[in-house]
Design a protein around this ligand. Sequence first.
Ligand SMILES: Nc1nc2c(ncn2[C@@H]2O[C@H](COP(=O)(O)OP(=O)(O)OP(=O)(O)O)[C@@H](O)[C@H]2O)c(=O)[nH]1
Ligand SMILES: Nc1nc2c(ncn2[C@@H]2O[C@H](COP(=O)(O)OP(=O)(O)OP(=O)(O)O)[C@@H](O)[C@H]2O)c(=O)[nH]1
Ligand SMILES: [Mg+2]
Ligand SMILES: [Mg+2]
Lengths: 292, 277
Amino acid sequence: ALTGRLEGIFQKLRGRGLLTEENIREGLREVRLALLEADVHFTVVKQFVERVRERAVGQEVLKSLTPGQQVVKIVHEELIGLLGVNHVPLAFAQQPPTLIFLVGLQGSGKTTTAGKLALWCREKGRSPLLVAADVQRPAAAAQLATLGEQLKVPVLTPKPGAKPVEIAREGLSRARKQAHDVVLVDTAGRLHIDPDLMAELKEMAAALRPHEVLLVADAMTGQDAVNSATAFHGGVGLTGIILTKMDGDARGGAALSIRAVTGQAIKFIGVGEKLDRLEAFHPERIASRILG
Amino acid sequence: GVAGRRLDQELLEELEEALILADVGPQTAGNIVARLQEKAAREGIREACDLKEILRRILVEILSQGVPAPGPCPQAPRVIMVVGVNGVGKTTTIGKLAKRWVDEGSAVLLAAGDTFRAAAIEQLEIWGERARAQVVKHQSGADPAAVIYDALQAAKARGSQVVLADTAGRLHTKMNLMEELKKIKRVMGQVVPTAPHEVLLILDATTGQNAVSQVRLFHEAIGVTGLVVTKLDGTAKGGILLRIVDEFRLPVHYVGVGESPDDLREFDPEAFADSIL
Ligand SMILES: Nc1nc2c(ncn2[C@@H]2O[C@H](COP(=O)(O)OP(=O)(O)OP(=O)(O)O)[C@@H](O)[C@H]2O)c(=O)[nH]1
Ligand SMILES: Nc1nc2c(ncn2[C@@H]2O[C@H](COP(=O)(O)OP(=O)(O)OP(=O)(O)O)[C@@H](O)[C@H]2O)c(=O)[nH]1
Ligand SMILES: [Mg+2]
Ligand SMILES: [Mg+2]
């Protein structure tokens, strides 16, 4: 792990006085390598390592008896600082219903996460409505309807030929009529470079003014995380992130990249396929995981 | 002179950065650039465009190391097991392959081996209609091995030439789910002794270094015979393939380039190398 590797580097300097810039440089190379292997984006790593370097050439490391541990402590602190110190909860509207869009690339876990959020909201005493606004993927509406059945949460499924914005609008009006205070809109997976689908999302947001637009991103995403997150944020405006499939062994560096380029908080992590497998995001755990 | 050397260093760093941005991974990118540097030194290459061409050839060389599985078995049905982690495109890829082979005149049967995920069977049935391939299914929640067993029996009885077995997405780190795959494989062998003839691992091009762990654990569990990389119509380059093919010598058979039935191409190492650079 990184701690061990840094200890190894600084070990050979024990008793030889202060650390030199070269020692620090070697240590920072290890940090850079660890972060790249954890899938943090190349440019984000560059900026991050520079911040660490500024602190590492200061007194706290140079005078330390265990400079390796000190550098790791700095890296850890900087990671937590970047990821966001506290859990940021869902932003519920003053005037119900709260409208939430789930967006992202194909296969990232949006539909499953919609189900998980419905359960989460209900456990918090709210009355969710699920809206199946994916009219493109085979059996997408059936998938959400099945999840709704499992949870005993109502699901609005599309009429034939309906457009996503119409389905979402109907969801909002049904929520008002039937006193649902949270509307969770599942959207079709889309490429951030698909101009029509990105425009569709932008129009949906402009027409319906969601309180939350959550990017559902896969924890095993590599360097591309910066491209897609930047495009979704620029195209429709994100208010939060959900990182899925964190129950695997992906290091999750995408978390850092996405946070760095969108400035939005990671609100939840998906930790399994079942609908109760959703956790509030706490930076501590992913920081240690990224460090490896 | 010194000026020429300086240019090489900067250029080499730029090429290494391009490889890392393509998900090649820092260690592998470093190794490839070192290999490029020594080759360029031996051949006295200094020009940027020549360096890039040498790099391109190195990439193609690495990507062509996959050892293809032995040829199609003489007796039908040819049984192909499709596996991979959640959401990578297994079911969609099965639909595309089915359509391709039905269009070429083969009788293809699809086994609805994902009995866990909501509407997985319905999704495969729609693909079966699109491809004009038969689907064998049980009810949701059934034992996947039982569905596969029935599907292979049906394929033998009906004279299908190919069986594509869909399985539920699963993380490679979940031991019990990997055991389930082993059981499915054993059951296949009970009906068709040489089955599965192919085990296709589907990888998502947007996946970073974790793809190596996926290949390693699926390969250790059931023996992967080939790879398919999906979602290359996005901006992700799938550079992790360089590390994977180098380490595991697995052939990449196809790439997925979209969500429609025809969005499947044979893997072309030259085109792939071009897209990375
Ligand atoms: N292990 C694990 N699997 C997950 C998690 N979240 C979702 N999945 C699985 O990931 C796969 C894809 O999930 P979906 O909900 O269909 O993804 P999606 O984003 O709606 O897909 P598209 O609508 O096609 O874009 C399914 O097999 C889910 O069960 C998670 O946190 N952990
Ligand atoms: N753009 C693009 N999308 C793809 C490609 N292949 C699959 N998809 C999409 O990715 C999403 C997931 O595909 P599935 O076939 O359901 O993936 P899966 O591996 O069977 O998922 P699980 O069974 O839930 O593990 C769907 O929205 C597909 O349309 C591809 O090559 N390009
Ligand atoms: Mg979906
Ligand atoms: Mg599937």
